[in-house]
Ligand binder design. Structure first.
Ligand code: ADP
Ligand SMILES: Nc1ccn([C@@H]2O[C@H](COP(=O)(O)O)[C@@H](O)[C@H]2O)c(=O)n1
Length: 208
């Protein structure tokens, strides 16, 4: 049986991971842990191990060119044909792919989450339902500051500078306009209970 792909997108730190993890945790009780999985678009950032750290720091990580969407699409198709895939592991501190990968077996439901999913027509056409998390940008920035300093090895100055130079402009150019392709727009992010219940009901309906 071909998996059901659910896309979750929105600004950086809008709550994509939290919403995906909540749906995953709650649905796995009902459909079984082996039947549902999550793929992060971030895992498909291009490897930059051949570049100097100075060059890596200049990369625009919020532009579609930063991602290897070809590999992501290939993996969605392989899962669709019932094959295992080796998902890359991304290192935000080094800005490179780690040498190891994570084996993912075919699942009945695969949640795919990331900032630029809906900008790519080849990804859009593979998603059975797409969700855009609409969290105000100031809230996203505060969350990102905290997260990037605590867990992605960044300084306050670097987060602010990256936000001004690329994160916000690319959000305006690519992420926000991709909202038009979403089936559902969720305000406030990962703790919107009504949205979580609606998305779970939709997934269960698709599984029938
Ligand atoms: N609705 C919310 N209320 C409070 N904190 C939230 C909410 N949604 C997300 N967060 C927190 O904000 C941070 C970024 O959320 P995350 O889900 O990782 O964002 P994204 O995956 O979109 O980058 C995390 O620490 C997360 O726990
Ligand atoms: N080396 C990198 C790679 C990505 N980023 C930032 O991550 C953001 C996307 O991840 P979310 O979990 O926040 O959706 C994106 O906005 C990139 O700027 C980075 O800083 N460094």
């Amino acid at each position: 049986m071909s998996p059901i792909f659910i896309g979750i997108t929105g600004a950086s730190a809008s709550g994509k991971s939290l919403l995906s993890a909540t749906i995953y945790q709650e649905l796995k009780e009902e459909v079984g842990a082996h039947h549902i999985g999550i793929i992060k678009e971030d895992s498909y950032y291009k490897d930059q191990s051949h570049m100097s750290m100075e060059e890596r720091l200049k990369t625009n990580y919020d532009h579609p060119n930063a991602f290897d969407h070809h590999l992501l699409i290939e993996h969605l198709d392989q899962l669709g044909r019932g094959f295992h895939v080796d998902i890359p592991v991304y290192d935000y501190t080094e800005h490179t792919r780690a040498s190891d990968t994570i084996d993912m077996e075919p699942r009945r439901v695969v949640i795919v989450e990331g900032i630029l999913l809906l900008t790519d027509p080849d990804i859009r056409e593979r998603l059975h339902t797409s969700i855009y998390i609409d969290t105000p940008l100031d809230i996203c920035l505060v969350r990102r500051l905290q997260r990037d300093i605590e867990s992605r090895g960044r300084s306050l100055e670097s987060v602010i500078s990256q936000y001004r130079q690329t994160v916000r402009p690319m959000f305006m150019q690519f992420v926000e306009p991709s909202k038009q392709f979403a089936d559902l727009i969720v305000p406030r992010g990962g703790k919107n209970r009504v949205a979580i219940e609606m998305i779970k009901a939709r997934i269960k309906q698709l599984l029938e």
